[in-house]
Design a protein around this ligand. Structure first.
Ligand SMILES: [Zn+2]
Length: 72
């Protein structure tokens, strides 16, 4: 079994869409799927390449955007 997970990292300035708390979102890769989740509630979102390529709601945050925010 090959693990492709990455450590969880907090996303600065991100707000949880579920509980509306700030700075509670962590993101990481799990089996090459980008996952973001909230540490304060049960919010979990998996962003696959297919999903990212197909539908892009206005509020959608892509992995690339999150990584960019993190680097700032
Ligand atoms: Zn939350």
């Amino acid at each position: 079994m090959k693990q492709k997970s990455t450590p969880k990292r907090f996303v600065a300035g991100a707000k949880c869409p579920n509980c509306q708390q700030m700075d509670t979102i962590v993101c990481y890769y799990e089996d090459e799927v980008f996952v973001r989740e909230c540490v304060e509630c049960d919010f979990v979102e998996r962003i696959t390449d297919e999903l990212a390529a197909e539908e892009k709601p206005k509020d959608a945050v892509t992995p690339a955007q999150i990584i960019k925010i993190k680097e700032l």
